[in-house]
Design a protein around this ligand. Structure first.
Ligand code: NAD
Ligand code: UFG
Length: 337
């Protein structure tokens, strides 16, 4: 089966490429490298021991996507391509809607034209807004609090309309919780290219001495230690979730949204302790005010993923820290810090 991965050179896309390729799928990556580096392709080839097809270009270029779907006889698409920084989305909403929403429309047009009707979409737990109850299940009301989240919601709704329009469409929105860690080879991982906004990459840079200390955003949440609690999922577990979703698509029709998380809440300070133990480094931190727009707690109910996809996360938070640390140590990372 031939699969197109839009945004396949990015953090989650590259790890998914490993899982899919090792399961026997033929892959084509399409990426404009706006948030990734072409060197990831060599690294992927090193892990897989074989070349990978990659088309450099923008998902908004409908004729390029159409040509790619035809040329590589694509059977299904996993759509990772998009912008993902919450803060930036508030400052640049038009860029976010153009890239994320218009990018998806362009992809759908191309898929419709060529008759490719199987799609897995990268959605996010952010569509649940501030959770009204925990763990968050897929029936939880949706409601985003920023342009990034709203772009994901708009896309989910759009995909639902598309699936309703013709029973040939098979569409799954995977709502990721907090992806962390890296591939065990240390060759690929998360390299945000700037000062990280997310917790684990920030901790990693503090542990490596590249940043002096971690800012902990608030210790007055109603959580066991007062710091924010999230559901951190190893990126290879997440990658394998895509494999399970692709397999599920074969015998299914319509639209579904499914949580991909571990089902376990971990606090900021828990994560600092785990990383400290694994790295053997000091991780100084300072308690600051709450970060604007943050929620206190969010973790997933994961039963639907098990029932529908027969998939469950298997890797521990310690393994996530270990794999992240290996990646940081073997890559030096981040030219601009
Ligand atoms: P990433 O930025 O590492 O990867 C996205 C890739 O898409 C990059 O390689 C980028 O160059 C490419 N891209 C962006 N716009 C493009 C365009 N218009 N045309 C072609 N390529 C384009 O991000 P990631 O962490 O791998 O996230 C992948 C997807 O998962 C995104 O849609 C993101 O919103 C979603 N997601 C991520 C997280 C997270 O915490 N990482 C959580 C929930 C959902
Ligand atoms: N945090 C800190 N210091 C930091 C960074 C984060 O204390 O330097 C805290 C936050 O306050 C929060 C927790 O660490 O309590 C996790 O924060 P992240 O920024 O790593 O993750 P979020 O849950 O805020 O958001 C992430 C992605 C979103 C996505 C969401 C759900 O950034 O795009 O997970 O998938 F929508």
């Amino acid at each position: 089966m031939n699969i197109l991965l839009t945004g396949g050179a990015g953090y989650i896309g590259s790890h998914t490429a490993v899982a899919l390729s090792q399961a026997g799928y033929e892959l084509v990556l399409l990426d404009n490298f706006c948030n990734s580096n072409p060197s990831v392709l060599e690294r992927l080839q090193k892990i897989l021991g074989k070349p990978l097809h990659c088309v450099e270009g923008d998902v908004r270029d409908t004729s390029l996507v159409t040509k790619t779907l035809r040329e590589y006889k694509i059977d299904a698409v996993i759509h990772f391509a998009g912008l993902k920084a919450v803060g930036e989305s508030v400052e640049k909403p038009i860029e976010y809607y153009t890239n994320n929403v218009q990018g998806t429309i362009s992809l759908l047009e191309a898929m419709e034209l060529v008759g490719v009707k199987k799609l897995v979409f990268s959605s996010s737990a952010t569509v649940y807004g501030n959770p009204q109850y925990l763990p968050v299940d897929e029936a939880h009301p949706t409601g985003a609090t920023n342009a990034y989240g709203r772009s994901k919601l708009h896309i989910e709704e759009m995909l639902k309309d598309v699936a309703n329009s013709n029973s040939a469409w098979k569409i799954i929105c995977l709502r990721y919780f907090n992806p962390v860690g890296a591939h065990e080879s240390g060759l690929i991982g998360e390299d945000p290219g700037d000062i990280p906004g997310n917790l684990m990459p920030y901790i990693a840079l503090v542990a490596s001495g590249k940043l002096p200390s971690l800012n902990v955003f608030g210790n007055d949440y109603p959580t066991p230690d007062g710091t924010g609690v999230r559901d951190y999922i190893h990126v290879m577990d997440l990658a394998e979730g895509h494999l399970a979703a692709l397999e599920y698509l074969s015998g299914y029709s319509g639209w579904d949204a499914i949580n991909l998380g571990v089902g376990l809440g971990i606090s900021v300070l828990d994560l600092v302790s785990a990383y400290k133990k694994i790295s053997g480094r000091k991780i100084p931190f300072e308690i600051l005010e709450r970060r604007q727009g943050d929620i206190g707690e969010c973790w997933a109910k994961v039963d639907m993923a098990y029932e529908r996809l027969q998939w469950r996360a298997k890797r521990s938070i310690e393994l996530s820290c270990q794999d992240s640390w290996r990646y940081i140590c073997s890559n030096g990372l981040r030219k601009n810090i």
